[in-house]
Write a protein that binds this ligand. Structure first.
Ligand code: XUL
Ligand code: CO
Length: 446
């Protein structure tokens, strides 16, 4: 790959060069131990399988602030009070970071890359000015946009929702923002466009018409789809489920809820799902569960790779490093045939206590190595074949005789009754959970 290492006239991450694969024996923390972009696994390079992306918001906008205190990290790209000058410096820092990390993709919200103006037109002009610059940087570095999105949850006007707001004037504002964010995504060759319904939900059922709000959400998404297609967007629209935070009840609770919604409103031809690991756990699932539900529906689009904290229920957006989760997620992704135009976007932030600029690299390196290792392990498990053949063997009774007729929808409930009555009691067949779990461990540590 032919990329320059830093952009513009200022180096924001001095002392850090390009992160290279040095292998498991290396003791250099600023190197990949497992992620070797060119290494071929099951017919594709690691880079092609994993399609890693850096998210703009946690990496270049967040400064460690939390509800109890201000930020703990100074951003060298924060130059002063001029919002547009800061945005341009931040863009240079971002492209320097992407290039040094050797990651092929990035993702952003409109407001991450350009400040909101005093009017709709000023906000559009700010965004389009930064998009032109980003386009130049993409051409200079070879970086690509995995997805764009609009932040229609931070501004106070969205406190009661964006597309589901009870006030049409707010819905119109959300429309203006999504239109401009779609323009930006198309201008930058974005491969997907994401909707995360941060405030699309409610705080109190007593003052909310949920049926109307859900209809409005579907209408809004259809309008966005139509506009996107009309300006030449050929990528995938993605919905990112999350059950709560910031709302008490968010409409896009989990994968199955969103699948039902998309099918109900006839949107499943254009929309797929962006599954975030920590959102799935917030909904009381494992991340592999939500990925599997999306894959089963043919709607697995992309992944926001992170993890929560097992000791609490919050969306802590930590970098993925729990290898059991990563391997189980990779098993689903590989069995589904990959993510298509999606990728693994690190919607993850370093901890408030992590105050070195270098920590931004270390978090991503750890996440990339975790999923590279997971890819190697999952591929070996699939190649071994015992797990899959055991799973398939549990369903053999549906491939023959009356079971096969049942699966084909050819039996009535009364016939089921007669089959039960006329046959001996079923033998109990072990599900062998202990054995399949042991098998996973054998591959993790062999
Ligand atoms: C919030 C979240 C968002 C989306 C994009 O929990 O995950 O950053 O990924 O809006
Ligand atoms: Co996310």
């Amino acid at each position: 790959m032919n990329r320059t290492v830093f952009i513009g006239d200022h180096e924001f991450f001095p002392g850090i060069g390009r992160i290279e694969y040095e292998g498991p024996e290396s003791d250099n923390p600023l190197s990949f131990k497992a992620y070797d972009p060119e290494r071929v696994i099951a017919g594709k390079t690691m880079e092609q399988h994993l399609r890693f992306a850096v998210c703009y918001w946690h990496t270049f906008c967040a400064d460690g602030n939390d509800p109890f205190g201000p930020g703990t990290r100074a951003h060298p790209w924060h130059l002063g009070e001029d919002g547009m000058a800061n945005a341009r410096a931040k863009l240079d820092a971002a492209f320097e970071f992407f290039t040094k990390l050797n990651v092929p993709y990035y993702c952003f919200h409109d407001r991450d890359i350009a400040p909101e103006g005093d009017t709709v037109a000023e906000s559009e002009a700010n965004l389009s000015s930064l998009v032109s610059l980003a386009k130049e940087r993409q051409q200079a570095t070879g970086m690509k946009l995995l997805w764009g999105t609009a932040n229609v949850f931070s501004h106070p006007r969205y406190m009661n929702g964006a597309a589901t707001n009870p006030d049409f004037a707010v819905v119109a504002h959300a429309g203006a923002q999504v239109k401009a964010a779609l323009d930006a995504t198309v201008a930058l060759g974005g491969q997907n466009y994401v909707f995360w319904g941060g405030r699309e939900g409610y705080a109190c059922l007593l003052n909310t018409d949920t049926r109307m709000e859900l209809d409005h959400l579907a209408t809004f998404l259809s309008m966005a789809r139509d506009y996107g297609r009309s300006i030449g967007f050929e990528g995938t629209f993605l919905i990112e489920p999350k059950p709560m935070e910031p709302m008490y009840h968010q409409y896009d609770v989990d994968a199955q809820t969103v699948i039902g919604f998309l099918r109900h409103y006839g949107l499943d031809g254009d929309f797929k799902l962006n599954i975030e690991a920590n959102h799935a756990t917030l909904a009381g699932h494992s991340s592999a569960h939500d990925l599997q539900m999306a894959a089963d529906a043919g709607l697995l689009g992309s992944i926001d790779a992170n993890r929560g904290n097992a000791q609490n229920g919050w969306d802590t957006d930590q970098f993925p490093m729990d290898m059991y989760d990563c391997v189980q997620n990779m098993l689903v992704v590989l069995a589904a045939g990959g993510l298509g135009s999606g990728g693994f976007n690190f919607d993850a932030k370093i901890r408030r206590e992590s105050t070195d600029l270098e920590d931004l690299f270390l978090g991503h390196i750890g996440g990339m190595d975790a999923y590279a290792r997971a890819l190697i392990i999952a591929d070996r498990i699939i190649g071994d074949g015992r797990l899959e053949s055991f799973r398939a063997s549990r369903y053999t009774s549906f491939r023959q005789g009356q079971g096969r007729r049942f699966a084909a929808g050819e039996l009535s409930l009364a016939e089921l009754r007669d089959i039960a009555a006329n046959n001996p009691d079923p033998v109990r067949t072990s599900g062998k959970q202990e054995w399949v779990e042991n098998l996973l461990n054998d591959f993790m540590f062999s």
